[in-house]
Design a binder for this molecule. Structure first.
Ligand code: F6R
Length: 364
């Protein structure tokens, strides 16, 4: 039941601090600030020998996989490819020695992801699942399963499953980095200590829901929304644009901020809302210069950042509580899930059951 919330989606957005805490609790021993070895998918030897990871998934789970690619490459220095499962199953895949495949799926029943798992196993690869449903097909057919402890997700639009999938990638990336000698025990503890703060920081964002709602109401005439960002902020943009499309039917797109000027910027005018995400210090200034470009074309602007910025005149600013840059996407998305929800609410959409969509896509 909805526990007093108007929709399952809103309830599930608000459950995120708790399910993130539950998932952290399952994988981290908070007393010793270490990962529970028996719950992590790689031994030291497997981690050291690992040459390539391929992540397969669909939709929102695929976006979590893109985050996984960024995190694992950055922290553990392992090469990662992320493949859409419906493409992977039909394309020529060139296996690398000591390659491992990670399949990500909330339901564990998505037909294309099941087919990708079967293909990889037929090729003799070890397959690890990140999954939310115990005993599902993907959980049963893989060599190891890491469960997201998100609990049942009822709304068609995935929210809490996505944030727990990102969290599992954070943990895998940190563990691989430590086992491969890229991250000291002390630095691992520092990262785990910070991760344990994420639920409280999510609460701070949820407390801003009236600000998000008021802003969504002010955008009722908007016809197009462009989400822009670089690196992990680009991956957050992809997820934010999907969420907005699927529940509000509003046209939205995600762009790597530096790619706009190669064509798409032609579409931007004063009827466009641009949502810029800037949480990664290394490319902050680059994203901000793209923000100036869209402002010069008259776009309305919403800026999400965890760094101190003087927003351009007339722009809306949402502050993200400060955390390590690699953890910021787990906070960013909470604002953007709320934004999609309130946009859909004011359009009178059937939020928990959007048109043409099913919770679990078990046909090809
Ligand atoms: C979007 C959404 C879908 C699913 C996708 C994969 O909000 O829910 O894009 O993420 O259909 O589903 P699972 O994770 O069950 O394999």
């Amino acid at each position: 039941q909805k526990n007093g919330f108007d929709h399952f989606m809103l309830k599930e957005i608000f459950e995120q601090p708790r399910v993130i805490a539950d998932t952290l609790n399952h994988y981290i021993d908070a007393d010793t600030l270490t990962l529970r070895r028996d719950r992590m998918p790689f031994t030291r030897k497997q981690a050291v020998l690992l040459r390539q990871l391929t992540i397969v998934a669909c939709g929102t789970a695929y976006h979590a996989g893109m985050m996984g690619k960024a995190l694992i490459q950055q922290l553990a220095k392992v090469r990662v490819d992320t493949e859409i499962a419906s493409e992977y199953r039909y394309s020529e895949m060139l296996n690398t020695e000591n390659e491992v495949v990670i399949a990500v799926s909330q339901s564990g029943e998505t037909a294309d992801t099941v087919a990708a798992v079967r293909k990889a196993r037929k090729n003799g690869q070890r397959v690890i699942a990140l999954c939310n449903v115990i005993g599902s097909t993907i959980a049963r057919e893989t060599d190891a399963v890491l469960y997201t402890l998100a609990g049942p997700e009822i709304a068609v639009a995935s929210t809490k499953a996505y944030s727990t999938q990102m969290l599992l990638f954070e943990l895998i990336a940190l563990d691989l980095a430590n086992l491969r000698g890229e991250l000291s025990d002390e630095d691992l503890k520092r990262h785990l200590t910070e991760l344990l703060q994420i639920p409280a920081k999510m609460e701070q964002i949820l407390a801003q829901k009236e600000t998000v709602k008021a802003f969504a109401q002010s955008q009722c005439k908007c016809n197009d929304v462009f989400f822009i960002g670089r690196l992990m902020d680009y991956y957050s943009s992809l997820e934010a644009a999907l969420k907005l499309k699927e529940i509000s039917y509003l046209h939205s797109e995600a762009y790597a901020a530096g790619e706009l000027k190669h064509g798409t910027i032609a579409m931007i005018d004063d009827a466009t809302l641009v949502v810029a995400i800037a949480t990664q210090e290394s490319i902050l200034e680059k994203t901000m210069s793209n923000v100036q470009e869209v402002r010069a074309r008259g776009a309305k602007l919403l800026l999400l950042t965890n760094y101190p910025f003087e927003p351009p005149v007339g722009a809306e600013l949402w502050n993200i509580p400060h955390t390590f840059d690699e953890f910021a996407p787990m906070l960013t998305i909470v604002y953007l899930q709320l934004f999609a929800y309130y946009m859909a609410l004011q359009k009178g959409c059937d939020i928990d059951k959007p048109r043409n969509l099913a919770k679990s896509v078990t046909v090809e």
